[in-house]
Structure formats: C-alpha cells, structure tokens
Design a protein around this ligand. Structure first.
Ligand code: G6P
Length: 588
C-alpha cells in the first residue's frame, strides 16, 4: 500500500510540500517514512522507521526544487530505518508503492553485475535497475527498467542530473496536478496542496515527466500519450479532523450526511434506467468487495432478494479473482469499494468484465481504477474518509446498494433512507449507553456479535470494526449457530452483543441471550423493540429508534461503530491508525 508524493516546486521548498502531503497520506501506511530532495545537483535523503512526524523538521527543511517522499506499509522487509523509502543507487533516488513480484530474480541479476543491496525490500531493485539501465538518458533508463518489472507499482524517481521528477504507474494509483506551489504527483488527492483542483489520472503503463516547464505523458516505450485533465471538488477532500479528537469519530458523526447525500445523488442520477435494466436483465448478480465493502455486500444480497431477484451471490474479491464463475456473460457484477483501488477488487472486476459481465461500481472515489473499468458508476457520497477503519463509507455503500436494488422506485426509497438518517443523531446522542457498551467490550477477552437475518450482517461488520480498532478478539455468528460451537467459549470473561431488530426472529434471539446468561457469559443487547427491551433486566440494553426492519441495521451500525471507537479510546489505541493495517490495500 504505502503513499507516495513527488514533484517540482517553484520555490526551493519541494520537501516541505512533500512532507505535508505525506502527513495527509498516512492512512495508506504509517510504519516508516522518508524524503529525498534534489538541490544543486545533489540528492539528500532522510528516512526513518515510525510515523511521518518522526522524520522531524530536518526532512521538511531539506532544500531543493524537486523532492519525493514515501509513507510505508511494509510488504517485504520489516519496518525499519533501512527498509524505509526512498532507496538510492548512485545518482538516483526512488519511492515505490506496490509489489515487485520478480524482484528476487532481478536482484540476483543485479548482484551478479556488482550491485549491493542495503535493504530487504523489493523496491530497491527498481532503483538499482534504473541505475544499471542508465547511459545518459534519464527517461530512457526509467522506461527500460519499468519494462522489466512484474507486479504493481507507482514510482517517483529523482536523478541528480535532472531538474524534475519522473513518475510512473502500473496497477497502483497515481495522479498529477499543477498548483501554485508547482507540479506534484501523488497516490491520492488528499496529499496534494490545497489549491490543486485539476488532476491528471495516470493509466497503467504511463510515465509522466515533471519539470518546471510542465508535465508530459509517455508510455513505457516513451511514445507520447495524451491524458485529459479532470476537475475535482476539493471540499470533498477536507482532511482535517477539526474539533474531533479522531477522524474516526468525525466520520461516524458524518454517517447521516453520507446517507442523505448518497441517496440524493442516486435519485438524481442520469443512470437510473440503465441501472434498472442492468439489474432486471441479469441472470445472476455477483456482489464483490473486501473488508467492510464486502460486509456491505453481505447485507445487499438481502436487498436484492427482498426485491425479488433470484440468483444473487456475494463473493470475497480476493477469492473471486482466482475462482471466477465459468460463464459470466449474463452476470451483473456489483463491485463495492470505498477507494476503488483495492487490488483484489480491481482484478476481480477486470477479469469478470473480460469474461462478459456487466459491471456496476459502488465507490467513493470518482477517478479510481474500478470507476474507470465499470459500465455504470454509482457514487457513494462520503467525502474523504481518512480513518483506516471504514465507517461512513459503509453507510453510503448500504444506501447505494439498497437503491440499486430498487432503482425503479428510487425517489420513494431515497426518502425513506433520508428519514432513517434523521434518526442517527439520536443514536449518537446515547452517550452513556455507548460508553457502557465500550466499557463492557474493553473488559472482555473476546466479544461475539450475534444476530439473525440482516442483524447478522450488521453483526459481521460490527465485529470487524471492533477488532480492527481495539484489537479485542471478536467474531460474528448468526445467533442460532451459537449452540453449535461458540457457546463452548462463553464464560464471564466474554461478552455477547446481540443485535435484535428483526421481528421474525426476535424471540429466537432472546432464547440465545438466556443460553449465554445462564452459562455465566455477559450480554449486551441492541434492539428497536420496546417490549423486548422491557423484558431484559439487569443487562445493558441500547434501545434504537424504530424504523423499517430492513433498514434498522443502518442505525445499529452507527451504534456499533461508536462502541468500537470508544472501546479503542478506552484501551488507548489510536483508532485512526490501527497497527498493521492500511486503508487502501493496493497490493495482493
Ligand atoms: C482495507 C481497509 C478496510 C476496507 C478494505 C476495502 O482493509 O482497512 O477499511 O474496508 O480495505 O477497501 P475498499 O477501499 O475497497 O473499500
């Protein structure tokens, strides 16, 4: 994953812009960081294990008109000073996002030619290879080296004899933008200076040569290619936590706005007829995604079934890309991805499209790889989501998926969703209850989330949220399955959180509550049913506002996101940057 930024500054201060950009890119990885700056024909590199801020003022103060920077999520080689990027060779310095799959073979070849390697990374082979390919022409050396790579990469390269930066992309996101400060390329929009409003999105196989004279695009054989500039609305990329202690809390508080904005955008969409016929014509619907996006798909399968579709599957993208159905010519694939750049989802979409499937992308990023591959794009209007754990984007995905399943009656459906969003502040205002739930979680050796029907789907996402930000072991089960195994784990150190908003199975869930209680397990319940809440004495019961039971999981999601957030804070974890994780998983 990792985030990269590099460019040329009109002042002699490129490193400062790069440093600021890296701080805003940390959601892509934060185990080490580094910057190289080019000044007067000499490259200086500062790199270190730890967060970007560990680089200190020295890095931001590096002089020079051109600079590159990196914030890392380790794939090859532990997080350390040595493995941090940039990696250097002779007069070259490079940062890389992605994975080089043939690095071992290339490294052996380079070692045989006399190169020595300082790090354990796959990335270092790229810069040595560029050095090795160099015979006086920088772009030609970069292009020749890139043609030898297998895997995925976005790179930015400095050469001591060139007043600029060369960047390139293959299967890892990269954009370029001009602004008052100069011209910068980065993995994503938030890294760019605030006044950067027009971007070029590099395609796979693009090289961009950035100098103070402008930016030129080429393919890997240095044939010029034309790329169109797009305008972006920077308000969407507000990457400041404002008065909130963490982005996660800020973003949970934006759940309601995301639901309303996504519903409104959908009902105004010019694609309603196309969406309706894509759903109507499909013999089979395959919903796919990873992590939280997959969990949104899990819930969405019910939306389509409730709307009368018969063959609806949900597939984890990393499985689907290797185990696709033999015939997808009559299939509609709905790819769900906040970033639109998750490598497994991108590859699954490309493969199924090549096999004839129609693709609808549900994404929060209008210029992403998935967006550009899809036949129809349904936007999630969450704005920038910086916390690694997805919160508001999950709500937006649920809304988009619900409306896709009912495109014919989009207006009425959107209104119902907006009405649910209006109840969300009431859920967020339950401060005592969310603190009590969080406290119960924080005291537990394991937390089981249980529910039935759509409540089970909400439980799956609640469990993911809790484990990613608090590191408490957690799992989710359909409540009826408890007695088939998990009950063996229940004792006073465990907490079972029941989501009970489906009238059809509410009584059955209550049986399971008692089964846990009489074995000494601790229980907490979330429900929208007054009568049921009144029956449950002596345990924490969070009463949600009553809404259509198909949509009540949206309110449960808000409550359980807040619980996970507060549990993380109680345990003194940083919920915005959980250990070992990153937001945009652009590698396999
Ligand atoms: C990572 C993130 C999750 C996210 C998943 C899918 O694992 O930590 O929060 O749900 O990737 O990301 P996407 O951008 O495809 O929704």
């Amino acid at each position: 994953m990792c985030g990269i930024i590099g460019g040329i500054s009109l002042s002699a201060n490129a490193a400062a812009t790069v440093y600021d950009g890296l701080l805003r890119l940390e959601y892509r990885g934060y185990d080490s960081a580094g910057i190289s700056a080019l000044d007067g024909g000499a490259i200086t590199t500062v790199k270190r294990g730890g967060r970007v801020s560990a680089l200190g003022k020295d890095a931001a103060a590096l002089a020079g008109r051109a600079a590159i920077g990196h914030t890392r999520w380790a794939t090859h080689g532990a997080p350390s000073d040595i493995n941090a990027h940039p990696h250097n060779s002779g007069a070259f310095s490079l940062v890389h996002n992605g994975i080089i799959e043939n690095y071992a073979e290339l490294k052996a070849e380079l070692v045989a030619r006399g190169y020595s390697f300082a790090s354990e990374t796959d990335s270092e082979v790229i810069v040595k290879l560029i050095d090795d390919c160099f015979s006086g022409d920088f772009p030609a050396a970069v292009a020749a080296a890139l043609r030898r790579l297998k895997g995925s990469f976005a790179v930015a390269v400095l050469y001591a004899g060139f007043d600029g930066v060369i960047v390139a992309r293959y299967k890892s996101s990269l954009i370029v933008s001009g602004c008052k400060e100069g011209i910068f390329a980065a993995s994503d929009v938030p890294a760019l200076p605030a006044d950067a409003e027009n971007i070029f999105v590099l395609e796979d196989g693009d090289i961009a040569v950035i100098t103070s004279g402008g930016v030129r695009f080429y393919d890997f054989y240095l044939n010029p290619v034309a790329r169109v500039q797009r305008h972006i609305v920077r308000g969407e990329y507000d990457s400041d936590a404002g008065n909130y202690p963490h982005f996660m809390l800020k973003e949970i508080c934006q759940d309601a706005r995301t639901v309303a904005d996504t519903a409104e955008a959908f009902s105004r969409s010019a694609d309603l007829a196309a969406i309706s016929s894509a759903v109507g014509d499909a013999e089979e619907i395959i919903i796919t995604g990873c992590g939280t996006a997959y969990n949104a798909g899990l819930m969405a399968r019910r939306y389509f079934e409730q709307a009368g579709k018969r063959h609806v599957r949900i597939e984890i993208a990393s499985e689907l890309r290797y185990y696709p159905p033999a015939d997808c010519s009559r299939a509609l694939v709905i790819a769900v991805s906040q970033s639109g750049e998750t490598a497994d989802t991108v590859e699954a979409v490309r493969l199924l499209k090549a096999r004839g499937a129609t693709i609808i992308a549900v994404t929060n990023c209008g210029y992403s790889a998935i967006t550009r591959t899809a036949d129809i794009v349904v936007p999630v209007c969450a704005g920038a989501e910086i916390c690694v754990a997805a919160t508001k984007s999950y709500l937006g995905q649920l809304v988009a998926l619900r409306l896709i399943s009912r495109a014919r009656s989009a207006l009425a459906e959107a209104e119902e969703l907006v009405a649910v969003a209006r109840k969300m502040p009431e859920v967020l205002a339950c401060d005592e209850m969310s603190s009590l739930f969080a406290d119960e979680c924080a005291q537990s050796s394991a937390v089981f989330f249980l529910g039935r029907g759509a409540d089970y789907d909400a439980a799956v996402e609640a469990s993911l949220k809790l484990k990613e930000v608090s590191y408490i072991f957690s799992d989710a089960y359909p409540a009826g399955e408890l007695k088939h195994g998990t009950l063996a784990l229940v004792d006073e150190s465990t907490l079972s959180v029941f989501v009970i908003c489906q009238p059809l199975t509410a009584e059955k869930c209550i049986n399971a509550v008692h089964e846990v209680l009489c074995r000494g397990g601790r229980v907490a319940v979330i429900t929208d049913d007054d009568a049921l809440a009144a029956q449950l004495v002596g345990i924490p019961v969070w009463k949600l506002p009553a809404v259509n039971s198909e949509l009540s999981p949206l309110l449960a999601a808000v409550a359980l996101q807040l619980t996970a957030y507060k549990a993380a804070v109680l345990l003194e974890r940083n919920p915005d940057k959980p250990r070992n994780l990153a937001k945009s998983v652009t590698v396999e």
